[in-house]
Design a protein around this ligand. Sequence first.
Ligand code: NAI
Ligand code: 15L
Length: 268
Amino acid sequence: PAPGLLLLTGAAGSLGRLLREPLATLCGPAQRYAGLRLSDLGAEAATPGWQRCDLGERAATEQLLQGVAAVVHLGGVALESPFDGICDANIRGVFHLYEAARLAGTRRIVFASSNHVTGCYPQGDMLDPSSPPRPDGFYGVSKLFGEAMAQLYWDRYGIESVCLRLGSVTARPEDRRALATWLSHGDLLRLVRAALQAPAVACLTVYGVSANPGRWWSEAGWAQLGYAPQDSAEPWRATLQDLTPAPDSPMARLQGGSFLGLGPFPRE
Ligand code: NAI
Ligand code: 15L
């Protein structure tokens, strides 16, 4: 069969804008994918391959997945915030995405999960993807839900997923926590490319972090993917400050950092 399309959701967001061009190089005649479809909440009429879609809408998501062989799924709420918004975008949205993928015959989904699935572990504890989840908020819970959907759709329907528990993706490490959590732009690209291209991944969850000597997350799964990070936050150590308010606050003690300072939220 002809190769299908590669879909990037969340294409208007900060990581989506970074990944558009590199993913386009995997698409076209004689490439792995026939073309690149880009999607987000808003319209971008001038962008080739753009299809606007609210992932909270089931019929629109089913249309979005038509002809799609693989997905890099970034679309959703990316911050700890009140439950209703997270529920629509990250819980219903992921359900719609996997159901639409099943109907469309999509082969693989690369899911942007988050380190906040384990954000309530103390800083310094070394985790691997099999450590019991300890989400630090509704956002972390929603990412854990996404990981469970990935496992379900592999076990029952044979759709492969790579769940990337991303750390802190920024151009440079921005605070002392990033000595552990930083994922450079270059390493993000290497990781996403590996997650798309590795053969026979089944359903695999890995942490996404650069080669920081101070990291809290193991490299389990990296060899299977063929991911070898090339950057490190360490050279910035002397310039980085602890931005949390008090040394004994949850924000300073726990891996999720500033997310531990968000919530509870008043009823809307
Ligand atoms: P972002 O907020 O810049 O981009 C997310 C995009 O998703 C936005 O453009 C937004 O319009 C779109 N979106 C929100 N609700 C939607 C819906 N209902 N339907 C369709 N699109 C919707 O976030 P960023 O930083 O680009 O993150 C991308 C993904 O990676 C997110 O899923 C985030 O949770 C995850 N992630 C990001 C990290 C980072 O360091 N930037 C770290 C860990 C995970
Ligand atoms: C995330 O999941 C967020 O989307 C991102 O904005 C960062 O806050 C990152 O985690 C982090 O933990 O630094």
